[in-house]
Every structure is written in structure tokens, then in C-alpha cells.
Write a protein that binds this ligand. Structure first.
Ligand code: FAD
Length: 385
């Protein structure tokens, strides 16, 4: 491999560049990024940046020292074998990394609609979170909950509209999601409510009601940013399809991060995980694969969220588990685990109980079984269950 082109200058893209150099690759690397910023981390955007505690979240990396040709503000438009077509012309590659991440889904309507994906989005939104501003947040998922946290703290009058019966229902199910409902104290919450459109001055709900708002933030999820690959001869299905080595169906092409749907040996299914830990760690494997080395990406997926003064941490893949067991009462610090039919730990959710997360993640990695009787006592450390 002489020339590696990396499309997407987010965390997954820049980490792949670092991993290539770390493995001794001395050839040419071109990093193409649609945004004008150098690579930055997104988790702080809905936390420190939105709260005004920090202005940026640039990844601590030196692109010059890495010997990278960085093309900011350039978009890849299409791909054919060996060539990426961009807004600045064609680039030939002999190794290609697809790391284009994901784009927020928007709702219909002509009214101003904020999303939170980029640093620019965060700055724009932050300027509008002023005391007394009426803020309507559509979606009570991870992003919605974190934006609601920042907006309430800024003294805004907050409404949250969510089609499911509880917050975090898609990610965790309504039983656990419902445990976070008391955290929405002081917020006007509308669960089981569908939005028709975002209009001038607010949100039109299905059924006729209009929620007035100065600021509307849509946080209903993302889609893998793969439209530019629509005409390429590459397998796409809920993202760029890869094997366990992060190899795509096109020779010399790997995919990483939010856009990649990889084959998980551990869970025997295809996973696409839109979380930071994947963008951080999958690139080691992608780089190795591109350089012809043998490497497998087989993580226990990990994720965290900071909302309403609580730290939520999740590890595992709970569709693999069929029994939910609670540890601790909803009023305090608690966690929950998903067990498979033979009491193997499939996933753990820890709320303000970081030890359960750390121990749980190790237990999942080891594939050990737990004693469900001991598990329900939150005083017993998970590793002793
Ligand atoms: P991205 O970060 O999306 O980077 C992809 C880059 O590619 C983008 O800069 C994009 O502009 C560019 N691009 C796209 N298409 C093209 C193209 N055609 N040509 C050129 N460039 C292109 N995860 C957690 O685990 N915990 C958290 O608390 C958490 N908080 C988050 C908060 C926010 C507000 C957001 C948005 C995400 C959060 N995440 C969190 C998720 C995490 O940030 C993502 O999983 C991670 O950013 C994925 O990295 P990536 O490099 O795959 O994609």
C-alpha cells in the first residue's frame, strides 16, 4: 500500500491515521473532511461545550507530525474502485478508510430546526440557551436528555416531546427508561406524543396541539453518512457492511466508526454502534487490516451519558440477553443487568455505580455466568456474584 485515503476527519478517521503511522506505515496519507475543523471529539458538545465550560474539544493530535495531507472542507461525492471523487476533484488510492460517521435525522417543516452533531451546531445552540427562552426538544434519547440538562440549567423553559412512553426507550426499553423520568423535574414532558412538523414559532404535534418555542432541537437519531456510496459497488446495509476485520466488500477498503456495520464474533450478529469507544478503538484493527496484518474487532461495546447530574454507563449488547435484573432502588444509585438463558452476563447499565460497569464489562468479556440470587443485592460486588 502506497497511498491511503481516509474519508471522514472525525475521531475514527484521525485514529486510523495514528494507527497506520503507529504500525510503521510510511506511505502517503490523505485525510478528507467535510467540516472545516480539524478532528474533534463529539461527546463534549452536548456536555461541557453546551454548558459553556469549554469552547472546543479538538483531538490531541498533530497532523503535521503525522505527515498527513489534510483536506478540510472537502466532501467525498462518490467512489469507484481505486478512486474517490471529491468536491476538489479525483483522488486515487490503494488503501481506503471509510469513516464518514452519521448524520442527524430531521423532521418535516419549514421552521428553524437545530440538531446537535457538529461543533458549529453546539456553538449556535449554546448562544440560544438563555434564561427564559422556550426550548422544545424533540426526542428523549441520549442527545435529547443531555440537551434538556443543559437547557434547564441555563434557565430555559423546556418542553420535551417523545413518541415513546418513556425517555431512552429505544436504547434501554421502557422499564429502565421510566426510571429516569423523575429527573425531568421542572420540564414539561410529553410522552407518547408524535410531532407532525417543525414550524415557524414552534412544534406542531399530531392531533392539533402547537408547542410554542423560540428554539427547537431535534434529537431523534442519526443515519450512517453513506449517501455518497450509493452508486459504488460496495455492500451497504444499515451502514457500510464489513467482516470482523472491518474489511468491506470492495478490495483495499475498510470502514470504521459510526458508519460501519461490522460482523461481531462475540454476539454472532452484525453491529453498528454509534459510540465514542468504537471510533476510538476500531481504527487499530482497520489499520492492521489495511496493512495486511491479522486483526479482529470483537469488543464489548461501551457507552456513557451524563444527564441531570447522573452518570449512565452501559456495556454489552442486551438484545443477546433475555432477563433483566435490577440492582438497587430507582431513587438512589442503581444498575441493571441483562442475563442470557444460561445466566451469562450480556449487558450492564450502571447509574452512578461505575464499579458495576467496570466489573460487568470484564465479566462480559470473560463470558462468565452470574448467580442471579446474589446479583439482586447491590451490596455484593458484581465480580463476587
Ligand atoms: P463522526 O464523528 O461523525 O465523524 C465523521 C466525519 O466525517 C464528520 O466530520 C463528517 O463531516 C465527515 N464526513 C461525512 N461525510 C463525508 C463525506 N462524504 N466526505 C468527507 N467527509 C465526510 N458517544 C459516547 O460514547 N458517549 C457520549 O457521551 C457521546 N456523546 C455524544 C454527544 C454528541 C452531541 C454527539 C453528536 C455524539 C456523541 N457520542 C457519544 C457519539 C460519538 O461522538 C460518535 O460515536 C463518534 O463521534 C463517531 O465518530 P466517527 O469518526 O465514526 O464519526
Amino acid at each position: 500500500v502506497n497511498h491511503v485515503v481516509v474519508v471522514g476527519a472525525g475521531l475514527a478517521g484521525v485514529r486510523t491515521v495514528e494507527a497506520l503511522r503507529g504500525r510503521g506505515f510510511t506511505g502517503r496519507i490523505t485525510l478528507i473532511g467535510q467540516e472545516r475543523h480539524r478532528p474533534y471529539d463529539r461527546p463534549p458538545l452536548s456536555k461541557a461545550v453546551l454548558k459553556g465550560e469549554s469552547d472546543t474539544s479538538y483531538v490531541d493530535t498533530d497532523l503535521d507530525a503525522l505527515g498527513v495531507e489534510f483536506w478540510p472542507g472537502v466532501t467525498a461525492k462518490s467512489l469507484r474502485a481505486g478512486v474517490v471523487e471529491t468536491t476538489e476533484g479525483e483522488v486515487a488510492y490503494d488503501g481506503l478508510v471509510i469513516a464518514t460517521g452519521a448524520d442527524p435525522i430531521r423532521l418535516p417543516g419549514d421552521g428553524p430546526q437545530h440538531v446537535l452533531r457538529t461543533l458549529d451546531d453546539a456553538h449556535e445552540l449554546r448562544a440560544m440557551l438563555v434564561p427564559g427562552a422556550r426550548v422544545a426538544i424533540i426526542g428523549a434519547g441520549w442527545i435529547g436528555a443531555e440537551v434538556a440538562t443543559a437547557a434547564r440549567r441555563a434557565g430555559c423553559v423546556v418542553t420535551v416531546v417523545e413518541s415513546a412512553a418513556t425517555p431512552l426507550a429505544t436504547a434501554l426499553g421502557t422499564e429502565l427508561g421510566g426510571r429516569t423520568l423523575p429527573w425531568y423535574d421542572g420540564i414539561d414532558v410529553r410522552f407518547g406524543t408524535m410531532v407532525d412538523s417543525v414550524d415557524e414559532g414552534g412544534v406542531q404535534l399530531v392531533g392539533g396541539e402547537f408547542v410554542e418555542a423560540h428554539v427547537v432541537v431535534t434529537g431523534i437519531g442519526v443515519r450512517p453518512a453513506i449517501e455518497w456510496l450509493a452508486d459504488a459497488d460496495i455492500d451497504l446495509h444499515n451502514g457500510v457492511v464489513t467482516d470482523e476485520h472491518l474489511r468491506t466488500s470492495l478490495p483495499g477498503v475498510v470502514a470504521v466508526g459510526d458508519c460501519a456495520a461490522w460482523w461481531s464474533r462475540r454476539w454472532r450478529t452484525r453491529l453498528r454502534v454509534e459510540h465514542w469507544d468504537t471510533a476510538l478503538n476500531a481504527p487499530e484493527v482497520a489499520a492492521a487490516t489495511l496493512l495486511g496484518e491479522e486483526a479482529v474487532y470483537d469488543p464489548v461495546p461501551y457507552f456513557w451519558s451524563e444527564q441531570f447530574g447522573h452518570m449512565l454507563q452501559y456495556a454489552g449488547h442486551h438484545p443477546a440477553g433475555d432477563r433483566l435484573v435490577h440492582r438497587g432502588e430507582p431513587e438512589g444509585k442503581w444498575s441493571a443487568v441483562w442475563l442470557t438463558a444460561d445466566d451469562t452476563l450480556a449487558a450492564v447499565l450502571a447509574v452512578d455505580r461505575p464499579r458495576d460497569l467496570v466489573q460487568g464489562r470484564r465479566i462480559i468479556e470473560a463470558g462468565s455466568r452470574l448467580d442471579a440470587e446474589r446479583l439482586v443485592d447491590p451490596q455484593v460486588p458484581l465480580r463476587d456474584c
